[in-house]
Design a protein around this ligand. Structure first.
Ligand SMILES: [Zn+2]
Length: 201
């Protein structure tokens, strides 16, 4: 009983003020993930908790980002919370609509299969859907993360690609300074800073 209570307290302190929850992450479709579907569901639910957290809000409001489409940090935060997708099939506002697949030889050019190799110089993690709103992840990367139970890395991938759906890009030099990259990093850092029960190992 004591442990259950402790777990609940940790959960509520993590998601912050629960009545402020205004955003939900939803997986609409998933293809090619196979045995890793539960892993993806876990990552999506963790992303949900992060996006609703005070920590995430603070990181966005206080962060320094390039490529934020001329918006203030507050406007950026509001655009994420509003979750109005500009690319792909979208869905209801207030819902982070995810459509997921793995990169595969039937749908993707050979160059992507090469870039996906874990030792490739490209170091590709995934493709943002190039306008169709469906994120594609390298199967090798997915398996690697699933085997090490790295839900934070997958949640960060979802967050990064989702920022593209909201109309943000990281074209040009210094990609790591862009909003798109930094939102992924913020999500991953918040999740990695959490103790159990968020670490499922
Ligand atoms: Zn990207």
């Amino acid at each position: 009983m004591k442990y259950v209570l402790l777990g609940l307290l940790t959960f509520y302190s993590f998601i912050g003020n629960s009545q402020n929850r205004s955003i939900k992450v939803k997986i609409h479709s998933i293809k090619g993930y196979n045995q890793f579907e539960p892993f993806a569901a876990k990552a999506a639910s963790l992303l949900d908790s992060v996006l609703n957290s005070e920590e995430f809000k603070t990181e966005i409001l206080d962060g320094k980002f390039t490529k934020k489409n001329g918006l203030s940090n507050e406007q950026v935060y509001n655009s994420i919370i509003q979750s109005h997708e500009l690319q792909g099939a979208g869905g209801e506002d207030g819902i982070v609509d995810l459509r997921l697949r793995t990169i595969n030889k039937d749908e993707d050019h050979e160059v992507w299969l090469k870039r996906c190799e874990l030792n490739s110089s490209a170091g590709t993690i995934g493709i943002d859907g190039l306008g169709d709103g469906i994120f594609a992840i390298c199967p090798q990367r997915l398996e690697l993360w699933a085997m090490s139970d790295d839900t934070a890395a997958l949640a960060a991938h979802f967050a990064h690609e989702y920022m593209h759906l909201l109309g943000y890009s990281h074209n040009g030099l210094f990609k790591s300074r862009t909003l798109v990259y930094k939102v992924g990093d913020i999500v991953e850092a918040i999740l990695n800073s959490k103790e159990k029960p968020f670490k499922t190992k």
